[in-house]
Design a protein around this ligand. Structure first.
Ligand SMILES: [Zn+2]
Length: 245
């Protein structure tokens, strides 16, 4: 059974024109995993069905463009439940310490257990594969400024996809993408030297270098500002893009 991947949103930390932020649906045998859930992802999902039938969500890190729509997801869940149309509680996988982080966010945004009420919370651990919606997901910690951040290796059957989340150039990023069928890799920067210190993102050339070192079979650039060029012959993600592996 093939793995279907839908790019829900692929903007960088600010939206491309009309774009949603990071969100990718992995689907196999009718089970669906959402990887990252940035602003704009929830309304896009709701264009296809009244409320997203998502079994599990995995978040790479807590920059807003990768998780922000979990907040309206909470309020929508409460609203539907109060109307007797309650959606289930998707499994929500966050990095070590993520449960406490969500509780602190909840304290400011609503109430401390708001995320616990809407989602079944789990914390993953660096390098330890977890099962989510029929996929095996291995998180690997990556360098991204000073924020705790992970990329995912996502496998089902004989297929493996790597998703960078956000990352500086790194041997770990190459390890993440080693031999995968598809590497979904961010390319936020025009040039690497324009990055901060410590580094946090990749240029397109650095993404290509990582993909070549990892010997992955297919590269899809994402998280790229609309104004920036894309190297000739390289695939660029767009909102609504669908791929089958
Ligand atoms: Zn980030």
């Amino acid at each position: 059974m093939a793995v279907q991947i839908t790019v829900i949103g692929c903007s960088p930390a600010w939206p491309n024109p009309g774009g949603a932020h990071s969100g990718y649906v992995f689907e196999r045998e009718g089970r669906r995993l959402l990887v990252d859930c940035g602003p704009g992802v929830l309304p896009r999902l709701r264009e296809a069905e009244p409320w997203p039938q998502i079994e599990a969500i995995a978040i790479t890190h807590f920059h807003l463009d990768h998780w922000g729509d979990l907040v309206p997801w909470v309020w929508g869940s409460f609203y539907l439940r109060s109307n007797g149309r309650g959606p289930g509680r998707p499994h929500l996988w966050v990095h070590p310490g993520g449960r406490a982080h969500l509780e602190a966010l909840g304290t400011r945004l609503g109430f401390p257990d708001m995320f616990e009420r809407a989602f079944e919370l789990h914390e993953y651990a660096d390098g330890e594969t977890f099962a989510a919606a029929g996929f095996d997901v291995q998180p690997l910690r990556l360098p991204h400024y000073t924020l705790e951040t992970y990329g995912f290796r996502i496998s089902a059957g004989s297929r493996t996809v790597a998703y960078s989340g956000d990352s500086a150039p790194s041997e770990r990023l190459v390890e993440l993408a080693r031999d995968v069928d598809l590497f979904i890799c961010e390319a936020t920067l025009e040039r690497g030297e324009l990055d901060g210190e410590p580094r946090g993102h990749l240029s397109a050339e650095e993404a290509l270098d990582a993909a070549a070192a990892a010997e992955c079979r297919r590269l899809l650039l994402t998280h790229r500002p609309a104004e920036l060029p894309v190297p000739a012959g390289i695939e660029l993600a767009y909102d609504g893009m669908r791929l089958a592996l």
